[in-house]
Design a protein around this ligand. Structure first.
Ligand code: 8YV
Length: 322
């Protein structure tokens, strides 16, 4: 039995419980030092592997697929987003691709609320002030932010994460608006206001939270034209992907006051955040930790393993995306 175990290349360090299951059921090539593989190292490490279990930090371009050995039949991502995988190239090379939906929706929704609160209440500025010893006085005019409670929240992309954000935002008595490719059924909509177009929704967004996938249509969707449609002093939260935002437009909106503030967990060109974003006081910035809690990390690993188990048992993996 041991000899027949499929070989799985695991590109990053995963939780211990996930490693244990990998080592029990597979010939697992782990990366306990958590080295980041570049393209060539990834291809070299994949020689003789039957599967790869990567994170969004590894990019599977046509070039990479062309370089991977034919033995690799499945990429079982440890992520719900799969914009780091060229799915057309995967199909062309006959490689199955899976993701890990559902298990990280609540964690990402929690992070989104953190981004909204952190941006609205100037948490970064306040924290820096206290830590630097620069806090010298208090007055009613000191560090005044904007309220979250009772405001209008626009959600772009009302999938699982968007709906989880809406559920939490209702506790803040927010009025939920959303734009999605299709309208949700009433049990999922729960009274939220559907807008046929993003342009229709934006003027209603005191807060705007982005939860769409990166596609040809959504890449750079928050551009100057669309930021201009927001009410003055709106707050932006992005726990999805940096690629849905045009950074020049974002920076202009933050500087002009069109945006009061932005809370951001996902960036273009991660981890090299545009220094102009980092230099602004009205940004609350996290390092892509939307799903980073222990319970969720375990669940993501197990979900990726469920997909591998199904594939190697000859069944269709539950979370096949290509
Ligand atoms: C993950 C994410 O931590 O799942 C996603 O799409 O963005 C993150 O929450 C990361 O992608 C792990 O690969």
């Amino acid at each position: 039995m041991a000899d027949s175990k499929p070989t799985v290349l695991v590109t990053r360090r995963l939780p211990d419980a996930v490693h244990a299951r990998l080592e029990r059921d597979y010939d697992a090539r782990l990366n306990p030092e958590d080295r980041l593989y570049d393209k060539d190292a990834l291809i070299a490490a994949a020689q003789g592997a039957d599967a790869i279990l990567p994170c969004h930090t590894e990019h599977f371009t046509e070039d990479v697929f062309a370089g991977l050995p034919d033995s690799v039949k499945i990429i079982a991502n440890f992520s719900v987003g799969y914009d780091h995988v060229d799915v057309k190239a995967a199909a062309k090379h006959g490689v199955v691709v899976t993701n890990t939906p559902e298990v990280l929706s609540d964690a990402t929704a929690e992070t989104t609320i953190l981004l909204m609160l952190g941006a609205a209440r100037r948490a970064s500025e306040g924290e820096r002030l206290v830590r630097s010893g620069g806090w010298k006085d208090w007055s009613p005019a000191f560090m005044v932010g904007v309220a979250v409670t009772g405001k209008r929240l626009g959600i772009l992309g009302m999938g699982r994460v968007g709906q989880a954000v809406a559920d939490l935002a209702r506790a803040f008595r927010m009025e939920i608006h959303y734009h999605n490719r299709s309208r949700l059924s009433p049990d999922k909509e729960k009274g939220a206001v559907f807008h046929e177009t993003l342009e229709d929704m934006l003027p209603h967004c005191d807060f705007l939270s982005l939860h769409c996938n990166v596609t040809e249509e959504t890449r750079g969707i928050m551009d100057a034209k669309r930021f201009a449609l927001l009410p003055d002093g709106a707050v932006l939260a992005n726990a999805a992907r940096g690629a849905v935002i045009d950074d020049d437009a974002l920076i202009d909106a933050l500087k002009s006051g069109k945006l009061f503030a932005a809370g951001i967990d996902a960036y273009n060109n991660e981890p090299n955040v545009d220094p102009r974003i980092a230099a602004l006081d009205n940004t609350f910035l996290l390092p892509h930790i939307g799903s980073a809690n222990r319970e969720t990390r375990d669940a993501m690993g197990f979900r990726a393993l469920d997909n591998l188990d199904a594939f190697f048992a000859g069944r269709e993996p539950g979370d096949r995306v290509a």
